[in-house]
Design a protein around this ligand. Structure first.
Ligand code: OFO
Length: 172
């Protein structure tokens, strides 16, 4: 049985993972509309992954006799300055999520809920990957510069990365 404080904190995390999916979907749509189909594929795929992160929390809460609540949809931005601004946004967002997961682990320790703490280790590890991926993408952008040819190369690279992550071509 989940303690009320832990259940509440897990439901808040559901909201954040749901917003991650919304945000990456908004970024994917912007990328698609601006001719960056590779980046769009990557971001559509990322949005799906975030929904997966949210669902994992749903099942955990309900399996532990809590009640997972579907959060209201919060609208993400629809305008982005550039592809670089999009990927800077991804990193900033992931850093916020990492902090949120760490706080959640802290609550579990305070409440002596070691089962949930153990469950959350998956998210702790995932956040290392998420932040690294966001940093790698920004490093590539910094190396390439921001002229049109470089953007084309970056976008091609994103398409390859999306394919390697198993993304289906949703940006067509
Ligand atoms: Fe769910 O890891 Fe990104 O936000």
């Amino acid at each position: 049985m989940l303690k009320e404080k832990v259940e509440k904190a897990l439901n808040l995390q559901i909201e954040k993972e749901g917003y991650s999916a919304q945000l990456y979907l908004a970024m994917a749509s912007w990328a698609e509309k601006n001719g960056y189909n590779g980046a769009a594929q990557f971001l559509y795929h990322h949005a799906d992954e975030e929904r997966g992160h949210m669902l994992k929390l749903f099942h955990y809460i309900n399996d532990r006799d809590g009640y997972a609540i579907v959060p209201a949809l919060k609208q993400p931005p629809s305008k982005f300055e550039s592809l670089k601004a999009v990927f800077e946004g991804v990193l900033a967002h992931e850093q916020m999520i990492t902090e949120s997961i760490n706080n959640l682990v802290g609550i579990c320790v305070e409440e002596k809920d070691y089962t949930t703490q153990n469950f959350l280790q998956w998210y702790v590890t995932e956040q290392i990957e998420e932040e690294n991926l966001a940093k790698t993408n920004l490093d590539k952008l910094a190396l390439l510069g921001d002229d049109k040819a470089s953007m084309y190369m970056f976008d091609k690279d994103m398409a390859e990365m999306a394919a390697s992550l198993g993304a289906t071509d949703t940006a067509e």
